[in-house]
Design a protein around this ligand. Structure first.
Ligand code: SF4
Length: 263
């Protein structure tokens, strides 16, 4: 019997406070390390040249200011919902610097990686939204995981999603209808390598990715600087099997970014 689309409740919202707490904690830790890097060699540097300790101090101070600026701008961006203090560059800093730091700090504090990733995905989505992108529909790639396909379905979708017969047993058929109605691109990936290949071949301006917390967080990092808007999948049968997606979330994400539609 065909499945009814969009019947699952949206997953619980990740808490922004966790992200803000981890960002602030990570920044303070790095600043302390940087201060330590300055203080320790100063005793010896003075012997090389009287100005050497101050030059190193200036470098460390610059790094501290840059990091403090980035974390303050990021927190303001999250709280205000719009880019501030050069906020458009923040997505890069978040993906490249803060996520690894937050993951490390979260591990030390015993926070489950899934919680950190979920929080990161939500903030990433807000940063991508705050950029105010408007993209032609054909340059938007909706990338979904293989586990969204019904596990007993014999169709091979990885190389051509149009092999789907739209029988209604999983959400792929509905996603194809959405693709056709809006003129998007849709692809199914069986893993990170295939996903990267799909991205290289399609050269999208924006990716709307559906996956679990871990795959979304890794995907956002892997495909940077291409903006990725992440949507968590639903796992009524546990991970990696017969997963679902709330189609209205995909539609709303597309309509937020597609050129010619208002936010
Ligand atoms: S992938 Fe297509 S053909 Fe296969 S179960 Fe899902 S809707 Fe049916």
């Amino acid at each position: 019997m065909p499945q009814t689309p969009t019947t699952f409740p949206a997953p619980p919202r990740a808490r922004k406070r966790l992200f803000i707490g981890l960002i602030t904690g990570s920044s303070v830790l790095v600043c302390l390390v940087l201060v330590g890097l300055w203080v320790v060699p100063v005793v010896g540097l003075g012997a090389i040249h009287p100005l050497a300790p101050w030059l190193l101090g200036a470098l460390v101070l610059s790094a501290i200011l840059a990091l403090s600026w980035a974390s303050l701008a990021l927190v303001l961006n999250i709280l205000l919902g719009r880019p501030v203090l050069g906020g458009k560059r923040l997505r890069g800093v978040t993906v490249r610097v803060f996520l690894p730091l937050m993951t490390m700090l979260g591990r030390v504090l015993g926070i489950p990686p899934q919680d950190v990733q979920s929080s990161f995905i939500r903030v990433n989505n807000e940063l991508v939204s705050a950029e105010g992108l408007r993209v032609p529909a054909e340059r938007i790639l909706v990338l979904v995981p293989h586990c969204l396909q019904q596990s007993r379905c014999p169709q091979r979708l990885t190389y051509d999603v149009d092999h789907c017969r739209r029988c209604g047993l999983c959400d792929i058929g509905e996603l194809l209808k959405l693709r056709d109605a809006l003129g998007l691109r849709l692809a199914v990936a069986t893993g990170g390598t295939i996903a990267r290949r799909i991205v290289v071949e399609n050269r999208p301006q924006l990716i709307i990715a559906v996956a679990c917390e871990r795959d979304l967080a890794h995907g956002i990092q892997d495909t940077f600087p291409i903006p990725v808007f992440g949507i968590l999948n639903q796992r009524p049968h546990g991970p990696c099997r017969d997963t679902r997606v709330v189609l209205e979330e995909v539609r709303a994400a597309v309509e937020r970014f597609v050129a010619g539609k208002s936010a």
